[in-house]
Design a protein around this ligand. Structure first.
Ligand SMILES: [Fe+2]
Ligand SMILES: [Fe+2]
Length: 340
């Protein structure tokens, strides 16, 4: 699994490694600091130095984002699709393992926190309380992982189409666009927090393992992979819902007035009076809910013959059908018999 470098690294060895490459304090790696730079600076010159050229005025997003209304985004709900087939169950178990690894790697212990909170709220807050920095670490890692499946699936379908000299029926574009969207999430968070060397190391290791694992998994069972991503996105919706709730409850004071970075304002076309961190999380959560729906839907289809329902033109436009924006939300995916 992509989290193994973290899960197996003994604390002492990690601290030695940290010292060896010039770390300035000796805390073990499981603590927060190594994941991100000690001071989260609002400007990220290293990542986002604007390249000025003589002739280019601006380079907009290659895939323009559909417009979401505030009501639609507030209407996004946490949902779970029951695992029915063997393939569903394998996908769900794989997500559970991944989720455990991610929780471990990013110090996120919601279930334990909830249990302790019931008996001792103060102790729960001190021991498990999520801060803005901890959430940011989690988000950056989550997004760096989330941008891989669509690219791998899109690439494999692209190669398959050329190799078999057959049409793909529109799947490739949606899959690549999903990856692009996830990378925009990552770039947005990177605008707000620069990861430290340990976080970069984790992303590197995770990408190496994760990308290759997905490559083979998608060759073996694309249906299981789409279901797996559907379940993964269910978790992403849960994570962002918690962050929004924590802001509303006053538990993340630094985020209450934090403005969204300009990359996000441009990409999501955020209206002038809706440009806070909370608004940004609403947009990102809505995107995750869309990925959840798209992948559960693709997991219900014939992987070879069926057209991509998200780019198809329907005979009856008035009837609810899959679409790129949030007009018709179907959290657990569309059933094949309803749309093909
Ligand atoms: Fe994302
Ligand atoms: Fe996603």
């Amino acid at each position: 699994m992509p989290f193994s470098p973290v899960t197996i690294a003994p604390k002492r060895a990690s601290a030695q490694l940290y010292r060896a490459i010039g770390g300035t304090h000796l805390a073990p790696l499981s603590s927060l600091r190594q994941f991100s730079n000690a001071r989260n600076t609002p400007t990220s010159k290293e990542f986002f130095l604007e390249k000025k050229t003589e002739k280019v005025r601006k380079t907009p997003a290659a895939w323009p984002h559909p417009v979401y209304s505030y009501e639609q985004m507030e209407g996004v709900v946490v949902a779970h699709r029951e695992a029915e087939t063997m393939s569903d169950k394998v996908a769900f178990q794989a997500v559970k393992v991944l989720r455990w690894g991610l929780d471990f790697a990013t110090g996120y212990k919601h279930d334990k926190a909830t249990a302790l909170h019931a008996t001792d709220p103060q102790a729960a807050k001190a021991k498990y309380g999520m801060t803005e920095e901890k959430y940011m670490i989690r988000n950056i890692f989550l997004e760096s992982v989330a941008g891989v499946p669509g690219m791998v699936a899109g690439m494999l379908r692209h190669l398959h189409s050329m190799r078999r000299m057959k049409r793909d029926n529109g799947w490739i574009e949606s899959l690549l666009e999903e990856s692009y969207n996830e990378r925009m999430h990552l770039l947005t968070f990177l605008n707000m927090s620069q990861p430290g060397w340990f976080m970069r190391f984790m992303v590197l290791g995770a990408q190496g393992v994760w990308c290759n694992a997905l490559f083979f998994a998608y060759l073996i069972s694309p249906r299981t992979c789409h279901r797996f991503v559907g379940y993964l996105e269910e978790e992403a919706v849960i994570t962002y819902t918690r962050q929004i709730k924590d802001i509303d409850a006053g538990r993340l004071p630094k985020w209450e007035k934090l403005p969204a970075p300009s990359i996000a304002i441009d990409y999501w076309k955020m209206p002038e009076d809706r440009r806070t961190m909370r608004d940004l999380l609403l947009y990102i959560r809505a995107d995750e809910s869309k990925h959840r729906e798209v992948n559960h839907t693709l997991g219900n289809l014939d992987q070879v013959e069926d057209p991509n329902p998200y780019v198809s033109d329907y005979k009856d436009h008035a009837r609810p059908h899959p679409c790129k924006d949030l007009s018709f939300q179907k959290p657990t995916g569309w059933e094949r018999s309803d749309i093909i």
